[in-house]
Design a protein around this ligand. Structure first.
Ligand code: BGC
Ligand code: CA
Length: 421
């Protein structure tokens, strides 16, 4: 598959690109030099959508903080559905040896990222839906962890079914857990290693499949146990190390198109600072020739959200995903510094232990900063305490714009207060 990627420095290719329009259009964001108050500067929330950590409902106050505020992420439902389909397709194509202990049950364990993160919850729901293990409450699939369900008696999940070589097998979620470190950092790979260790001690022979909400946790479980025991692992993010592990038996992952998201994160800021339509160089081609393919993202007006569309990465196509840090070539044309003068952008990454953000997203931000003439300051939080980030923004006035990856999805107010002071 041609993902249209290449590595910087950009070679300015002259090719014809047609401009694509979003289903909905983002509003024009006009910014002029007279605006100096921090609360009026561009803000892009990214990767963690400001939302209620209980219900997943978007935080409309945060997303309308000012008229230059947007969210950038991926279509979390579409990506989760792809992961679910990938898992069940794999299971259904296996022979009876998938049932390692021959008990007639395909048992899986699930490493959950963060109960209060809407992407994590949608992944859990879609995995359960695909495996037939989902149970609904008030018409919504329950996304809570089951802890232990060895006998199938949980009322949070139910047993699903699959036919392998003409024989009916039960699919059972044996255990699932939110992977939090002792200090409270979520999506935590070390916590997943500890949990798997305990599960293996208790019921290792029952584990036939491992599902993870992300690659960081998935790869740790693969390296520590699954690989040497021939147990399939599914992850999410298509980080370089996981994609490389597909040749060694890592089953598959989902690319949430970091190369599209990182570009949109900085491009929207550039557009707001330039006083042009927020879609410039995104849905509509700019004067340097930058534009995204309309099949790769969309704009959701109500949530003021630019969302990348995900792709499944498996044995069939992993070779074209081996370098997830390569930029998207159709948006790699550097802007003219005369018409797009250098501006200062403050960016934070919520945790120093998150493989997706540090391994994949951050290097892409740095490359696009160069393309877009933005001087970025990137600070890293500790993953559990918002002040580990805000303390690194002592003087917001030093910056022209902010890209924020907060720790908890319902903590936007902390940042809004800081910028409103
Ligand atoms: C990624 C995870 C990451 C999380 C952080 C998710 O979109 O899939 O790997 O830990 O974002 O917010
Ligand atoms: Ca079994």
């Amino acid at each position: 598959m041609n993902l249209g990627k290449k590595i910087l420095p950009p070679i300015l290719l002259a090719f014809a690109v047609t401009s694509s329009a979003c289903a909905e259009t983002a509003s024009t964001s006009m910014m002029n030099d007279a605006i100096i108050s921090n609360k009026d500067k561009p803000v892009v929330w990214f990767n963690r959508q400001p939302s209620n950590s209980e219900t997943g409902e978007p935080d409309y106050e945060a997303i309308t903080f000012n008229k230059h505020t947007y969210y950038v992420g991926a279509d979390t439902e579409q990506g989760a559905a792809l992961q679910g389909e990938m898992i069940i397709k794999y299971i259904s194509e296996c022979d009876s040896s998938l049932d390692r202990n021959g008990d007639g049950i395909i048992g899986y364990v699930l490493a959950i990222g963060d109960d209060g993160h809407n992407s994590s919850a949608s992944r859990t729901r879609a995995e359960r839906k695909a495996c037939g293990t989902a149970v609904k409450k008030n018409d919504v699939i329950i996304s809570d962890a089951v802890e232990l369900n060895l006998d199938g008696s949980s009322n949070i999940v139910q047993d699903g079914h699959v036919t392998l070589e003409g024989k009916d097998y039960i699919i059972r979620e044996l255990a699932s857990k939110e992977m939090k470190s002792p200090d409270g950092a979520t999506w935590n790979a070390d916590a997943a290693a500890v949990a798997l260790d305990e599960w293996v001690k208790q019921f290792g022979d029952d584990i036939d499949v491992i599902i993870s909400s992300n690659d960081g946790m998935g790869l740790k479980m693969f390296d520590n146990w699954a690989h040497s025991n021939g147990v399939p692992v599914f992850g999410y993010d298509a980080n370089g190390d996981c994609v490389a592990a597909i040749k060694d038996g890592f089953c598959g992952s989902i690319s949430q198109r970091a190369e599209v998201q990182a570009y949109m994160t900085l491009r929207i800021i550039r557009n707001c600072l330039d006083g042009v339509d927020a879609n410039t160089g995104i849905a509509t081609i700019d004067e340097a020739g930058n534009v995204l393919n309309e099949a790769d993202f969309y704009y959701a007006d109500r949530e003021r959200a630019f969302k990348a569309l995900n792709l499944a990465v498996t044995e069939d196509n992993y070779q074209s995903h081996l370098d997830p840090r390569a930029t998207y070539d159709m948006v790699s044309h550097q802007l003219d510094a005369k018409t797009h003068p250098r501006k200062k952008v403050w960016i934070n990454i919520y945790s120093d232990k998150d493989d997706f953000l540090s391994q994949t997203y951050q290097p892409l931000l740095q490359q696009y900063a160069y393309t877009l003439n933005l001087d970025v300051t990137i600070v890293i939080g500790n993953g559990y305490d918002e002040s580990s980030i805000t303390s690194q923004l002592p003087n917001p006035s030093e910056y022209d714009a902010y890209a924020i990856n907060m720790i908890k999805t319902d903590h936007a107010k902390i940042y809004m207060d800081l910028l409103s002071k």
